[in-house]
Design a protein around this ligand. Structure first.
Ligand code: HEM
Length: 564
């Protein structure tokens, strides 16, 4: 048998014992390798492995390999961090710029990434400037934040080849790993146009359905009793929004199917949590954890048996009759198929699109609605004027998209709630795809991530009087006083100092639907229910923040009863 120098094989292990030789015959001097190729057919080959194996040695080997990987990752991250720091030296740093304080910085960002005083101070003291902060949410560890209109304008005008939303948001939300590498080949997935063009054009004609689903789902979630009744508002609204959106996306009876809804509601929460948690994982672990915990992969597996027959049938019909046939459903599948390139017209891909659109729309709309309803309960003096407006407009226009557009007080109220709370502290995150010059001459290097300190802008006294005070009619007054520009201040408008929906070429394509859906849900609640905060509560329940993401207090209660 071959001898093992530097320690016996059973004691030190096959992988560590680099001086060991093959045991097939005394004359064989071959060195065994970490992964032995099958071509080496020595009789003793299997024997080496069997003889050499010991649990302790395997653990040591795995530990050594992992330590090596961590060290390599650490050195690479350090290198990339320092290279980017050098390239960004013209931009002032806020906070630490020392790589070795990373764990502390990551923790601080996680707990305080929405740092209101910092964002406000930078916005008011250094308007129209850029500063950089250390953050775990970008590949280089640096994020360049802009303040002021000019910076928004610079990002807004950039092409998607220069500044990419999908690359930046993908990294921040963990999409390449949690979405199972889908859309990795494109900077703008086709579902974006399905929402921007087809859904927006089609949903006014589906208004009756939407209203019907709101009535049924609110009654199921809120109850319809004469007595006061406490509900967990965020949970109730996630259910209402999932049902209403899916009445439009996939129609009846699926939008009321308990299993289907449960999968989507769990996904909306788990995907948001996983995306946030992923920001703090070292890059080399992301692919592995992504495969292990991907909520999207889980949802795809669970939804396959439910959605596959319906999608197969639709694909067959489209193939036989083309895109224009008399009974063609006016739903999400048709809208996606209108925009899908041939290689994306598959069952698997269509299930993925339905899931992604549920994820991007349900969570954001539920958060916006929860904020607005809690603001209404905290400021009950707005309830009667809003009821009067709703009743008047509906009397003239019926329940319709037009009626929703005419509810100016309501629009202003929901927009003010979103200005103060929103969905996050930064907006318009973009990855710089090639060196990008701002209008003041500052060059942001390729590979860097830029964003707007939107929470600072939303509270900027230059643009908003008494920005810390809730004024439900703020935007109504702006519409009335800004002659000829009254459309500018409605909620769906993309303004430089209101970035709930982002801005520029990648601004949210679902905002027309989202705002109308939210206004219809609030109108239904206000016209049919009395609402108030629970006993003892006097203000909007405290939200939770996780890094730069805003989360409403998901356990907070609202007290409701049938309108008296
Ligand atoms: C109040 C609710 C919503 C809010 C606050 C919101 C907000 C946003 C924001 C901030 C962006 C990124 C824009 C940028 O960086 O410039 C975005 C992207 C997007 N939104 Fe919305 N959104 C909402 C509802 C919806 C709805 C209802 C849909 C679809 C029906 C939708 C579909 C999308 C899509 C497809 C993108 C591109 C990102 C992607 O595909 O991952 N959104 N949204």
């Amino acid at each position: 048998m071959g001898e093992a120098t530097g320690g016996g094989p059973t004691e030190y292990g096959y992988l560590l014992n680099t001086k060991a030789t093959c045991v097939c015959s005394p004359s064989c001097r071959r060195k065994p390798r970490l992964f032995e190729p099958p071509s080496h057919k020595c009789a003793g080959y299997a024997g080496i492995i069997t003889l050499s194996f010991s649990p302790r040695s395997t653990m040591i080997s795995i530990g050594a390999a992992l330590a090596g990987i961590v060290l390599l990752w650490f050195l690479r991250s350090w290198y990339e961090f320092e290279v980017m720091k050098a390239k960004l030296r013209a931009i002032p740093t806020v906070g630490s710029s020392n790589f070795f304080t990373y764990p502390l910085v990551a923790l601080r960002f996680m707990m305080n990434g929405h740092n209101m005083p910092l964002l406000s101070r930078m916005t008011t003291q250094h308007p129209n400037s850029a500063f950089k902060i250390r953050t775990p949410i970008t590949p280089s560890g640096w994020l360049v934040l802009g303040t002021g209109h000019q910076f928004v304008e610079d990002l807004r005008r950039a092409s998607t080849e220069q500044l990419s939303f999908f690359h930046a948001a993908g990294y921040i939300l963990g999409a390449p790993w949690l979405n199972g590498n889908r859309d990795a080949d494109t900077s703008k997935p086709h579902h974006f146009d399905a929402v921007r063009v087809s859904l927006t054009r089609s949903f006014p004609s589906r208004f009756e359905d939407i209203r019907d689903e709101i009535e049924a789902s609110v009654s199921d979630s809120f109850g319809l009793t004469q007595d006061w009744n406490e509900i967990v508002l965020f949970k109730a609204l996630v259910s209402v929004v999932t049902r209403t959106s899916n009445r439009l996306f996939v129609g009846l009876p699926l939008c009321r199917d308990k299993e289907f809804l449960q999968i989507l509601q769990t996904l909306a929460i788990k995907r948001a949590v996983a995306g946030n948690a992923f920001q703090f994982l070292p890059g080399f672990l992301k692919p592995h954890f992504g495969r292990l915990i991907s909520p999207i992969a889980t949802a795809i597996k669970q939804l396959e048996p439910i959605l596959t027959p319906m999608i197969r049938e639709r694909l067959k019909q489209e193939e036989a009759m083309g895109p224009d046939w008399p009974e063609r459903p006016n739903d999400l599948l048709s809208w996606i198929l209108e925009c899908a390139p041939p290689h994306k017209r598959t069952v698997d891909d269509l299930i993925f699109r339905i899931i992604v659109l549920n994820f991007v729309s349900v969570h954001t709309t539920s958060v916006t609605l929860t904020n607005a309803i809690f603001d209404l309960a905290a400021h009950p003096e707005y309830i009667q004027p809003l009821r009067d407006e709703m009743e008047g407009v509906i009397k003239q226009n019926g329940w319709s998209k037009d009626a929703m557009s005419k509810m100016r007080k309501l629009d202003s109220f929901v927009k003010e709630s979103s200005r103060m709370r929103g969905i996050g502290s930064i907006a318009m995150a973009r990855k710089v795809m090639s060196d990008f010059a701002l209008s003041d001459g500052t060059v942001i290097p390729e590979g860097c991530t830029v964003a707007i300190a939107s929470r600072g802008l939303h509270y900027d006294p230059e643009h908003y009087d008494n920005p810390h005070e809730f004024d439900g009619y703020r935007f109504l007054k702006m519409r009335e006083s800004d002659e000829g520009e009254e459309m500018k201040h409605q909620m769906i408008s993309l303004e430089h100092d209101f970035l709930l929906f982002g801005n520029g070429r990648s601004a949210c394509p679902g905002r027309f639907f989202a705002v109308n859906e939210a206004k219809t849900i609030i109108s239904h609640i206000v016209l049919n229910y009395d609402i108030k905060l629970p006993e003892g509560a006097t203000s909007h329940p405290d939200p939770r923040w996780f890094s730069s993401s805003y989360l409403p207090n998901s356990a907070a209660h609202l007290v409701v009863r049938k309108r008296q």
